[in-house]
Design a protein around this ligand. Structure first.
Ligand code: FAD
Length: 472
């Protein structure tokens, strides 16, 4: 008799969901999504793990998934609090024999599963390998021998076949008779009203249904044919695929995305742009496997290379960077977009991350944690992996990236349209003076008489010396 707990995490979909397929073979089933109270608390990097924009997106995803489960005679239970004790209570209350969940690289999740197993030694834990393009078994190497750079990984993986998406689940086993005692609430049958949508910027609507609609729209447009030429633009819905928020909550699988790329290549066009899109998905996979391999090192100051960057924590610089109040208008525009909309282009992310590390000499982990709070498409491996890469402590064999802000402004926003769009209209300079005076004026890298805070550029001599390669 299989009494199964399906712990739903980054797999909020019915299609191509091998974990749900496996759960469908149980005798009795309960589907649970855990919301940890820590997600809403300020952490040691002064940010919250879950900000408002992603929380709204997630609620829509949960509602959508619940609708699908209801149609199959099941429902999604949401439990709130301490994840380990909540899962443990569900296991005890229903005498769970099997736990099914999607295998993700997060260190918290993995630690939690081993503790849960210690508390419930009878429990069989099935971690379903479906978060990446390739399963661990299909890698031609052991994860511990993962190639040391992305280019090596790409060479090895390029021609390896990717598994086709699986068929949809049509029936699910019956529910347990009573609701779990830890239930905070059941999702209503009507979709949650989404409040506080950004007035500007891209709108992402959570859930499998909306995700598949967007996936279809992107691949029935001509945008995949020109992706490579436009992907570095700072603005524009059509300049990149905008698939990331749905991929990261598993509203569709990366294999489904790959299927669309292949179909586009077979029926419309196969060119450098369609290849480039695939190569970005491969980057995503690479960061996931790096995270599987290195575990907690993903979040350490010294990163994967084991040597500390020449940066530290300056509260005022960090605060001004978060609020888009640095001396760099392009950086400010990007940070305003991120804060107001929960999204930022890849080039924007690279520019602001480089600025925090190289111009402001701030510990990269504070920036990564701020991104974690703000981004709708936050993913642990991709976010912390990219930050490490820019800070020179990650998988980059060339050691760090420094983006020349003036050059980036001339290349990507010569007419200033993007900066005008995201300028902070409040123009609250009194607020700036207050911060400058009251926090730690001495740590701000502009000498007090050199400029007003809104001036365009800081001369190199006013910046703490940080040796960096690869100024772009
Ligand atoms: C400092 C920094 C932090 C980042 N944090 C995140 C994050 O938390 N979550 C996230 O999904 N992406 C992150 N990225 C990568 C990238 O910026 C986003 O994936 C991309 O902007 C999402 O938009 P898109 O779906 O239109 O991407 P597209 O350009 O259309 O790319 C398609 C897909 O490829 C993958 N991809 C694209 N660029 C990268 C990359 N540089 N590294 C790994 N995978 C990539 C994503 O899954 C993306 O959805 C970060 C990049 C930087 C520089």
């Amino acid at each position: 008799m299989k009494r199964t707990l399906y712990w739903v995490t980054k797999d909020l979909r019915i299609a191509d969901n091998a974990a749900l397929q496996l759960a469908s073979q149980s005798n009795e089933l309960i589907c649970v999504y855990t919301i940890d109270k820590k997600w809403f608390q300020i952490n040691k990097f002064q940010s919250k793990p879950l900000g408002e924009k992603r929380w709204q997106f997630l609620q829509a995803c949960l509602n959508d998934f619940n609708q699908h489960l209801l149609a199959l005679g099941q429902k999604l239970y949401i439990v709130y609090g301490d994840t380990l004790s909540n899962l443990n209570k569900v296991c005890e209350q229903f005498q769970i024999t099997d736990l099914i969940t999607t295998k993700v690289p997060g260190t918290d999740e993995n630690r939690l599963l081993s503790k849960l197993h210690t508390l419930n030694p009878q429990l069989t834990i099935n971690r379903v390998d479906q978060f990446t393009l390739f399963t661990e078994n299909s890698l031609p190497f052991d994860v511990n021998n993962l190639p040391a750079s992305y280019s090596k990984f790409r060479k090895v993986m390029y021609n390896i076949a990717i598994q086709q998406p699986s068929s949809n689940v049509n029936t699910l086993p019956c529910m347990f008779q009573s609701a779990p005692s830890v239930t905070l609430y059941e999702l209503e049958s009507s979709p949650a009203s989404i409040i506080g949508r950004p007035k500007q910027g891209h709108i992402f609507k959570g859930g499998e249904q909306q995700g598949l609609k967007h996936l279809k729209q992107y691949f029935t447009s001509e945008n995949p044919s020109v992706y490579k030429e436009v992907r570095n633009s700072l603005d524009g819905w059509e300049n990149s695929s905008k698939l990331s928020p749905w991929i990261n909550y598993g509203c569709f699988s990366v294999r489904q995305v790959m299927q669309h790329i292949k179909h586009y290549e077979q029926t419309v066009e196969s060119n450098k742009s369609t290849e480039s899109l695939y190569l970005e998905l491969l980057w995503r996979d690479y960061f996931q496997w790096v995270h599987f391999k290195v575990g907690a090192k993903m979040y350490q100051f010294k990163g994967l290379v084991g040597s500390a960057p020449l940066t530290t924590f300056y509260p005022e610089r960090f605060k001004k960077w978060c609020l888009g109040k640095t001396p760099y208008p392009l950086v400010n525009a990007c940070m305003n977009e991120l804060r107001h909309s929960g999204f930022l282009s890849n080039r924007g992310r690279q520019i602001v991350a480089s600025c925090l590390v190289n111009e402001l000499s701030v510990d990269w982990r504070y920036g990564a944690a701020w991104f974690e709070e703000q981004l709708i498409d936050y993913d642990a491996a991709i976010n912390w992996g990219n930050w490490q890469y820019i800070a020179g402590v990650g998988v980059d064999p060339r050691g760090g990236r420094h983006f020349n802000i003036k050059k980036q402004t001339n290349t990507h926003d010569l007419n200033g349209d993007y900066q005008a769009k995201w300028i902070d209209k409040s123009n609250n300079t009194a607020y700036l003076d207050q911060i400058l005076d009251s926090v730690d004026a001495s740590d701000w890298p502009i000498s007090p008489d050199s400029a007003t805070v809104s001036s365009v550029a800081v001369s190199a001599s006013t910046i703490s010396p940080v040796s960096r390669n690869n100024v772009k």
